[in-house]
Design a protein around this ligand. Structure first.
Ligand SMILES: NC(=O)c1ccc[n+]([C@@H]2O[C@H](COP(=O)([O-])OP(=O)(O)OC[C@H]3O[C@@H](n4cnc5c(N)ncnc54)[C@H](OP(=O)(O)O)[C@@H]3O)[C@@H](O)[C@H]2O)c1
Length: 243
């Protein structure tokens, strides 16, 4: 039986992945802050689901969670993340910026320190980024920057973990229907159900793909836009802002 550790398993994409991996017969280490939601997840399959409760922004707590792990982790999915918008760039709120970076980026660093050592040769590590970093979106200074950093982190980790036999995947979702996007007040083209995102992600991970996009067509379109000249991307970004 294979074991997968998933952060952010109490909601949205992470929760769906946890439920689907349990159905697929995996042992799941579901991680989150909310102990009630973790208990509800465990109730689906008490034999195969274990839970670990910690906040990814608390390095000591993350390391303690890592030390409590006794089995090899065939797959680690670092998915926990949040979205905080910068509403007034002129009066830039560095506290919001810092809070977002702490959860989305530094949290991944703490999890890498705690969990990568438990991945044996032949295992896999997946970072959940976003396709948002591919194009300039309004108010996304913090979120987009965190996801751009995650994309680079995944590429660099791919090089350095290869010699240890660990495959690294970067997951770049478009819009997925979850509590995170339910709070958005702007149009979200091609937003897909979370079950579809989970299917795409699990299929990509089973193939050990380095880059997993869901929905593929939306993310492909953003990748094309990303290849346009810099000034043209900014012009298009402004057009979208005004429409
Ligand atoms: N939904 C999309 O369209 C979309 C698109 C691109 C990328 N993504 C990325 O996909 C990942 C999951 O997003 P989602 O849409 O599934 O969001 P979600 O439904 O809000 O779930 C986020 C998960 O992360 C956990 N989390 C947040 N801050 C945490 C912290 N400090 N410590 C521990 N856990 C924390 C949450 O736990 P709590 O329940 O305790 O808050 C929750 O389990 C995120 O990295 C997000 O950026 C999502």
């Amino acid at each position: 039986m294979k074991t997968v550790l998933i952060t952010g398993a109490t909601s949205g994409i992470g929760q769906q992945l946890a439920l689907d991996y349990l159905k697929d017969g995996w042992q799941v280490l579901a991680c989150g802050r909310n102990t009630e939601k973790l208990a509800a997840l465990k109730a689906h399959n008490p034999t195969h689901c274990q839970t670990l409760s910690f906040d990814v922004t608390k390095r000591e707590a993350v390391l303690v969670a890592g030390e409590s792990i006794t089995q090899a982790l065939d797959l680690v999915i670092l998915n926990a993340g949040t979205s905080i918008y910068i509403d007034d760039a002129k009066h830039f709120d560095s506290e919001r910026f810092s809070r977002l970076m702490h959860t989305n980026l530094l949290g991944i660093g703490y999890c890498l320190e705690a969990f990568t050592r438990h991945i044996p040769a032949g295992g896999q590590l997946a970072l959940v980024g976003s396709s948002a970093y591919l194009f300039p979106f309004t108010r996304a200074e913090a979120y987009g920057a965190s996801k751009a950093a995650i994309a680079y982190l995944a590429q660099s980790l791919s090089l350095d973990l290869k010699k240890h036999g660990i495959a690294v995947s970067l997951i770049t979702p478009g819009f997925v229907q979850t509590p995170l996007t339910d709070q958005n007040d702007f149009p979200m083209p091609m937003r897909i159900p979370v079950a579809q995102a989970s299917t795409d992600i699990r299929r990509g991970l089973a193939k050990r793909k380095a880059l997993i996009s869901t929905p593929a067509s939306f993310v492909f379109a953003l990748r094309l836009l990303n290849r346009l000249p810099y000034s043209l991307q900014l012009w298009l970004g402004q057009r979208i802002l005004r429409s």
